[in-house]
Design a protein around this ligand. Structure first.
Ligand SMILES: NC(=O)C1=CN([C@@H]2O[C@H](COP(=O)(O)OP(=O)(O)OC[C@H]3O[C@@H](n4cnc5c(N)ncnc54)[C@H](O)[C@@H]3O)[C@@H](O)[C@H]2O)C=CC1
Ligand SMILES: O=C(O)[C@H]1O[C@H](OP(=O)(O)OP(=O)(O)OC[C@H]2O[C@@H](n3ccc(=O)[nH]c3=O)[C@H](O)[C@@H]2O)[C@H](O)[C@@H](O)[C@@H]1O
Length: 450
C-alpha cells in the first residue's frame, strides 16, 4: 500500500475526522488550521471538539507519527501529494455559501505548489466552485495539478464510524489520473465509488442533504396530521420504512432538524437555484415548515399551562442532536428564546453542550443545572429537546417525583407513551396518541400549581 503525504487545510470537524481517518489508513497527514490556539491545543493532545472515538483515533495516529498539526499551510502543501480543503463555508446573510475561506485557501495552496498535486474540496460548496478553485490556484502556479470535488457525508456524533465505513465515496473530476489515485486512496474503505464530473459531485452533496431534510420534514408534517386524526407517527414511520424504496432512516418525527449543515445547505441550494432563475418551491416549503416545527413545543406547553409568564420550565437537551456539543441552529435555541420572550423561567441541562449553549443564550431567567433531575426539580413542565440516551435511562418515576406539575413534553418521542402515563406523567409526545389509563392505576398527583 503506497504511503501518501497529505495536507488537510481546516482542522474543524471535517478536517480533523478526515485527517485522523486518512492517517489511520496509513498515510502521513498534516492538519493545518489558521487558528493558532486550536493548533496549540491539538499539539498538546487536546481535541477541541466533542466527538466520540475521535480523541483515541487522533492520539493513536499522532503517537505513530502519521498525524501532525500546523498553523501554516505552506510547508505541509509543499510536501503533500494530496491536499484536502476542509475549511468552513458558512452562510452569508442571503443564505448563499460564503466562499472567502475557500478562496484564501486556494490562493495559499497556489503559492506553495511545487509539482503535480491533487487538490480535493471536502467542504460543501456550490456547483462550479471546483472550477473557481482551479482558477485561483492557476493564478499563482503554472504547472500541472487537478482539482477534485470530494464531498463529505459524515454526521456529527458518529463521524469516525461514518468516515471509516462510508456508504459511498463521490469523486468529481474529469482527470483519469486523479480519479485513479483517489480510488486507490479510498480502496481500504471498501465503499462503492461514484466517479463523476465535479459539478455533479458538488450537486450530489447538496441534493443529499436537501433530500434528508425533506424526508425529516415530511414525517414531521405526517406527525402533525397524526395528532389530528388519532394515528401514531412511530407506527406510520415503521410501516413506511419497511418499504425498501423508502427506507427506515430519517423518519424520526420531532421538533425539526438543526445543526451546522441542513439549515445552511438547504438555504444555499435555494439560493443556487435562484441564481439560475429556478424557483425551488419544494425546498422553500421544507425550510419554512422546519422553522415552524420547532415551536410545536411552545404550543404544547401553552395548551397545557396557558400563559407561560413566571412558569418554570425544565429543558433537557441543548445540542442539535445527541453525542455532540454543537449548538449551531439547534432547535433548543429557537425554543429557549421564544420561552424567554413569553416570560418563562428556564432550568437548562445538557450532558455536553451547556457551555456552548450559554455562549449564544445568556438570559437573566436562565438557571444552568448540574444534572437532568436538577433541571426537572420544582418545574411546572419538562421539555425534552435532544434525545441523549442518558435521558432514557432516568426512571420515569423519578422524573414524576422531581416535577412540581408532572408535565413532560417529549419533543423527540424518546419515551413510551404508555409507560409515561403509568408513571403518572402528563405526557405530550409529537404525533403519537397517549393512552387514557384508568385513574386508579395512576399514582397520586399533586394538584397543578396555579
Ligand atoms: N460538520 C459536519 O458534520 C460536516 C461539514 N461539512 C462541510 O465541511 C466544511 C467544514 O465544516 P466544519 O468542519 O464543520 O467547519 P468548522 O468551522 O468546524 O472548521 C473549519 C476550520 O477551518 C479553519 N479555517 C478557516 N479558514 C482557514 C484557512 N484559510 N486556512 C486554514 N484553516 C482555515 C477554521 O479555523 C476552522 O477550524 C463546511 O463546508 C461544511 O458544510 C460536510 C460534511 C459534514
Ligand atoms: O453535511 C453535513 O454536515 C452532514 O449533515 C448531516 O449530518 P448532521 O447534521 O451531523 O446530523 P444528522 O444526524 O443528519 O441530523 C441533523 C438534524 O436532523 C434531525 N433528525 C435526524 C433524523 C431524523 O429522523 N429526525 C430528525 O429530526 C437531528 O435531530 C438533527 O437536528 C447529514 O446526515 C450528513 O450526511 C452530512 O454530511
Amino acid at each position: 500500500m503506497p504511503v501518501r503525504d497529505m495536507a488537510i487545510i481546516g482542522a474543524g470537524y471535517v478536517g480533523l475526522v478526515a485527517g485522523a481517518c486518512y492517517a489511520e489508513l496509513g498515510n502521513r497527514v498534516v492538519c493545518v488550521d489558521s487558528d493558532e490556539e486550536k493548533i496549540a491545543r491539538l499539539r498538546r493532545g487536546e481535541v477541541p471538539i466533542y466527538e466520540p472515538d475521535l480523541p483515541q483515533l487522533i492520539a493513536r495516529n499522532a503517537e505513530a507519527g502519521r498525524l501532525a498539526f500546523a498553523a501554516a499551510a505552506g510547508p505541509a502543501v509543499e510536501k503533500a501529494d494530496i491536499v484536502v480543503i476542509a475549511v468552513g463555508t458558512p452562510p452569508l446573510p442571503s443564505g448563499e455559501a460564503d466562499l472567502r475561506s475557500i478562496e484564501k485557501t486556494a490562493r495559499e495552496i497556489g503559492a506553495s505548489m511545487n509539482g503535480y498535486k491533487i487538490v480535493c474540496i471536502k467542504s460543501t460548496v456550490p456547483v462550479g466552485t471546483a472550477e473557481k478553485v482551479e482558477r485561483w490556484i492557476a493564478e499563482r502556479y503554472a504547472g500541472g495539478f487537478d482539482v477534485v470535488s470530494l464531498p463529505e457525508f459524515l454526521r456529527e456524533g458518529s463521524a469516525v464510524a461514518d468516515a471509516l465505513r462510508p456508504d459511498r465515496i463521490v469523486i468529481g473530476t474529469s482527470s483519469e489520473r486523479a480519479a485513479a489515485e483517489l480510488a486507490a486512496l479510498h480502496e481500504p474503505l471498501a465503499a462503492p465509488l461514484c466517479v463523476t464530473d465535479a459539478r455533479s459531485a458538488e450537486m450530489t452533496k447538496y441534493a443529499s442533504n436537501a433530500f434528508l431534510a425533506t424526508k425529516i420534514t415530511f414525517i414531521n408534517e405526517i406527525a402533525n396530521l397524526c395528532e389530528k386524526v388519532g394515528a401514531d407517527v412511530a407506527e406510520v414511520a415503521r410501516g413506511m420504512g419497511l418499504d425498501r424504496r423508502i427506507g427506515s432512516s430519517f423518519l424520526r418525527a420531532g421538533i425539526g432538524y438543526g445543526g451546522s449543515c441542513f439549515p445552511k445547505d438547504t438555504n444555499a441550494l435555494v439560493q443556487l437555484a435562484g441564481s439560475v432563475e429556478y424557483d425551488f418551491r419544494l425546498l422553500k416549503a421544507v425550510i419554512e415548515v422546519n422553522r415552524e416545527q420547532r415551536l410545536v413545543v411552545v404550543d404544547k406547553l401553552q395548551n397545557a399551562l396557558g400563559s407561560l409568564r413566571g412558569r418554570r420550565i425544565g429543558i433537557w437537551g441543548l445540542s442539535f442532536k445527541p453525542n455532540t456539543d454543537d449548538v449551531r441552529e439547534a432547535p433548543a435555541l429557537a425554543i429557549a428564546e421564544r420561552l424567554a420572550e413569553l416570560g418563562a423561567e428556564l432550568r437548562l441541562y445538557d450532558p455536553a453542550a451547556q457551555r456552548r449553549f450559554r455562549e449564544v443564550f445568556d438570559h437573566p431567567f436562565a438557571v444552568w443545572c448540574e444534572s437532568a433531575l436538577e433541571a426537572a426539580r420544582g418545574s411546572d413542565a419538562l421539555c425534552l429537546l435532544t434525545e441523549w440516551p442518558a435521558f432514557a435511562d432516568i426512571p420515569l418515576a423519578e422524573i414524576r417525583a422531581a416535577l412540581d406539575r408532572p408535565l413532560l413534553i417529549d419533543g423527540r418521542n424518546l419515551f413510551d407513551p404508555r409507560e409515561a402515563r403509568l408513571a403518572g406523567l402528563e405526557y405530550v409526545p409529537v404525533g403519537r396518541p397517549v393512552p387514557e389509563l384508568p385513574a386508579a392505576r395512576l399514582p397520586a398527583m399533586e394538584p397543578p400549581s396555579a
